[in-house]
Design a protein around this ligand. Structure first.
Ligand SMILES: NC(=O)c1ccc[n+]([C@@H]2O[C@H](COP(=O)([O-])OP(=O)(O)OC[C@H]3O[C@@H](n4cnc5c(N)ncnc54)[C@H](O)[C@@H]3O)[C@@H](O)[C@H]2O)c1
Length: 304
């Protein structure tokens, strides 16, 4: 056991499987007391079971750690609140929350139904809000704490997962809002975009060039939860963790601008000025799609 998180209390959602489970085990191994939340559902969000969270609690206890299971659905306000209330009732404080829970319902946008959109956005985006909301109230009083959301490289856009990509983009804005809104209370907020072998990544049709294990992501999350990251002033950031690689994403900012002359904008003046002086910022994901189409036609491996 290490002591990166000695005496800390950390809640992890989606902690029954995959990356969440690795985060819960790693946090416990570093001395944290852990709330293990998992609704125990299939990859599409069905057939809930409380055994999935309970099994990880047993693993942590068997290794000499302390953990408590909460098998609630994070997409409900009551579920988010119960995770936080359980931490307070059982351990008396809450130092970090890590919102990892997620599901997938893949469909092209033109065929996507409300039943495919709503639960995905509810689990990822609202499921991060419900926990952040309840935890932020406690951390504001405590004047310390760390909020961690899970996003994806797919926040840049996705061919067949507009629901998932939209939720993941929303999580980044939620994290940045939390970082801004809670800064004066000493609370930090960051997002992690992982690439790791789990049942969820097994769903990706193409072979990923950069991928690692859930444990790689867990080591990074332990750092983010620790005093070391707080001392380093880490907040409002988005990090990718893919096996041996850790990368920080740029903050969104305006690239180029043009101002109207005295008479203001007309469609004609826009059409003249914008292509000349503002232009476009080429979309990397679109270039990847084109390379994949080229490689498929040439029966080659895509260079993405
Ligand atoms: N694996 C990757 O390469 C990858 C890539 C990008 C993003 N992510 C993100 O990382 C996170 C973890 O993914 P994973 O690959 O470990 O997936 P996973 O399917 O292995 O685990 C997700 C867990 O979340 C739980 N869950 C689902 N809905 C829930 C709910 N409403 N309430 C509580 N728990 C719920 C599931 O029961 C499951 O145990 C997800 O947010 C995912 O979108 C993963």
């Amino acid at each position: 056991m290490g002591n990166f998180l000695a005496g800390r209390v950390v809640a992890v959602t989606g902690a029954g499987r995959g990356i969440g489970r690795a985060v819960a085990l790693a946090a416990a191994a570093e001395g944290a007391k852990v709330i293990v939340n998992d609704y125990g559902v299939s990859i599409g969000g069905g057939e809930p079971s409380s055994e999935v969270a309970a099994a990880v609690v047993k693993e942590i206890e068997a290794a000499g750690g302390s953990a408590t299971a909460v098998a609630d659905d994070v997409s409900t306000m009551a579920g988010g609140q119960r995770i936080v209330d359980t931490a307070l009732a059982r351990y008396g404080r809450l130092d970090g929350v890590v919102c990892v829970a997620g599901i997938l319902r893949e469909r092209m946008l033109f065929n996507m139904s409300e039943e495919e959109w709503d639960p995905v956005v509810a689990t990822h985006l609202k499921g991060t809000f419900t926990v952040f909301r309840a935890a932020a109230a406690v951390m504001r009083r405590q004047k310390s704490g760390t909020l961690i959301g899970f996003t994806s490289g797919n926040h840049q856009g996705s061919v067949a997962q507009a629901n998932y990509a939209s939720a993941k983009g929303g999580i980044i804005s939620l994290v940045r809002s939390a970082a801004l809104g809670l800064h004066k209370y000493g609370v930090t907020a960051n997002a992690v975009a992982p690439v790791a072998r789990t049942r969820m990544s097994a769903n990706v049709p193409m072979e990923l060039k950069e991928i690692g294990e859930p444990e790689d992501v867990a080591a990074f999350v332990v750092y983010l939860l620790s005093e070391r990251a707080r001392a380093d002033g880490v907040t409002g950031q988005v990090y990718t963790v893919a096996g041996p690689k850790i990368a920080v994403w740029a903050q969104p900012r305006e690239l180029r601008s043009v101002y109207a002359d005295e008479g203001g904008w007309t469609p004609e003046r826009v059409a003249e000025a914008v292509p000349r002086s503002v232009g476009v910022d080429p979309m990397p994901m679109l270039a990847q799609l084109e390379e994949m189409a080229r490689a498929a036609a040439a029966k080659e491996r895509p260079n993405v």
